[in-house]
Design a protein around this ligand. Structure first.
Ligand code: NAD
Length: 504
């Protein structure tokens, strides 16, 4: 790697980005970011406390009148500049993301970073297209129109699995619509969210439009959600934490956007292209070491293809190369932490008593034993109501089950509390359309699993949350509509006043 990102140098001023400046957190507690590929500490920083959250919210509040009052064209120009700065720094972002997450460098370079730049470019354009209904005379005596307005200060909380993309997904639609924001990334992965905010400043966005507090969920996170000057909470993370966030946000009557966990079904009908389904399942299950809310986690395969699918997936999983994230030939990096690796291993270990571990089910030894690695794992013969089938594992683990009729396959696909993503594999257009209609999820892919687009919405059904990231649909979350009504009659005594004055 030529262009190594020097974390210590870059964040020696602290890891809170407030009003366009880095500063140390004041909670009195520190966190050490650990490289999950080696177990080595990379950088220790002072966590944000409630005072830092207050300062960040104050900076966002002060920036709001100017930023929300800018013209759409001015915000668009600023976001185009932001996209250009992100593109110039692409290699630094890829390096930092791989360092803090253990992502294979090819994933950071080809997925996380270009996706983020594309998102910034998309919202630069979309900032000029905040539309509403046309004005009209709905009762004949008045003219009504809609104003679409920014909400105010948005408090956003993000997870560790795609720190850069999550920063982009939370921040860009919010600021394109004229809001200002305080983002709290996960404690484990602060670097690229901070760099993202710094890049915005370099591009000329006003101080205070994007602020980042890097603190723990319980104190900095809850304080941000409950803050009286925060008008909206947008949260991406697990369903249990999302429920807690919802309680706090609801108590202060805030607008709420929740992107929560997933347990995506991968439904293979008996006319599917088997080779495509096998490759799609392995790639869809292992992307980001399975730490992806849309990852393929439950493969349901119609009986005639079942045995060939199981042996094909196992063989392909065994060919995946685990290794140093900075080795360009590495396919799969470690999990985010040793704690996450142990959680995944415990689910697989419990599954041994009720299912068959076809491949994987262990941490690699040898050169990788000091990192949080876990082998790609395929579990067969688990019951539909078992933990491995029902609960989010968030690791490189795929569960496979057979089904007989199409009705049964679709019913099984819908049989978890989650509803974020899904896929259907078939060459029959009627089956494909039926699956897209009947699967209860925010996304149904047909003959693929994982691709996302800036132009298309991402969001959940059921316990996977509500609201949309990306696309013009995200503006529904980050704007509020106001009805403006003008009287056209110019009469002092209106017809409707009879309800008050009678015939006087
Ligand atoms: P998590 O829920 O543990 O944490 C997410 C964020 O919430 C972190 O910043 C954390 O510090 C903060 N937090 C924790 N407790 C809090 C509290 N009491 N109040 C306020 N904030 C609090 O999730 P994670 O382990 O970081 O990420 C993995 C989860 O995220 C998975 O469930 C995954 O499915 C989900 N996820 C969902 C999407 C989506 O788009 N739906 C995308 C990525 C990840």
């Amino acid at each position: 790697m030529g262009n190594r990102f020097q974390v210590q140098d870059r964040f020696e001023g602290g890891a809170q980005y407030i009003g366009g400046q880095l500063r140390p957190g004041t909670s009195g507690r520190t966190h050490t970011v650990v490289n999950p590929a080696t177990g080595e500490g990379i950088h220790t920083y002072e966590l944000a406390g409630t005072d830092d959250v207050d300062a960040a919210v104050a900076a966002a509040k002060a920036a709001f009148p100017g930023w929300s009052g800018a013209t759409p064209g001015e915000r668009s120009d600023a976001l185009h500049g932001f996209a250009a700065v992100l593109a110039e720094q692409a290699e630094d972002f890829a390096y930092a993301e791989s360092l803090q997450c253990g992502k294979p460098i090819k994933l950071s370079r080809e997925f996380d970073v270009p996706g983020t730049i594309d998102n910034a470019a998309f919202f630069a354009g979309a900032a000029r297209h905040l539309e509403g209904k046309s004005a009209g005379e709905y009762d004949g005596d008045h003219t009504s129109y809609i104003r679409r307005e920014a909400i105010g200060v948005v408090g956003s909380i993000a997870p560790w699995n795609y720190p850069l993309q999550m920063a982009a997904w939370k921040v860009l639609p919010a600021i394109a619509a004229g809001n200002t924001i305080v983002l709290k990334p996960a404690e484990l992965t602060p670097f690229t969210s901070l760099m993202f905010a710094q890049a915005a400043t370099e591009a000329g966005l006003p101080d205070g439009v994007i602020n980042v507090v890097t603190g723990a969920g319980k104190d900095a996170g809850e304080h941000l959600v409950g803050h009286p000057d925060v008008a909206m909470t947008s949260f991406t993370g697990s369903t249990p934490v999302g429920k807690r966030v919802a309680e706090i946000a609801t108590a202060s009557v805030k607008r709420l956007h929740l992107e929560l966990g997933g347990k995506a079904p991968f439904l293979v009908f008996d006319d599917a292209d088997l080779e495509a389904a096998i490759h799609g399942a392995v790639a869809g299950a292992l992307i980001n070491t399975g730490q992806d809310c849309t990852a393929a986690t439950r493969a349901y395969v119609q009986r005639p293809l079942y045995d060939a699918f199981v042996s094909g997936v196992a063989e392909l999983m065994e060919s995946v190369r685990l290794g140093d994230p900075f080795d360009e030939s590495t396919d799969l990096g470690p999990l985010i932490s040793f704690a996450q690796r142990d959680r995944v291993a415990a689910v697989v270990d419990r599954a041994r008593s009720y299912a068959r571990i076809v491949t994987g089910g262990e941490a690699p030894q040898g050169a990788l034993k000091d990192g949080a690695y876990y082998r790609p794992t395929l579990i067969a013969d688990a019951a539909q109501d078992s933990e491995a089938v029902q609960d989010e594992i968030f690791g490189p683990v795929l569960v496979v089950l057979p089904f007989d009729s199409d009705d049964e396959g679709i019913a099984l696909a819908n049989d978890t509390p989650y509803g974020l993503a899904s896929s259907a594999w078939t060459r029959d257009v009627f089956r494909a359309h039926r699956a897209t209609r009947e699967i209860k999820a925010g996304c149904v892919w047909v003959n693929d699993h994982i691709p996302i687009l800036s132009e298309m919405p991402h969001g959940g059904y059921k316990a996977s949350g509500f609201g949309k990231d990306m696309s013009a649909y995200s503006f529904e979350e980050y704007t509020q509509v106001k009805h403006v009504m003008f009287d056209n009659t110019a009469v002092a005594r209106k017809d409707w006043h009879r309800t008050i004055f009678g015939d006087r």
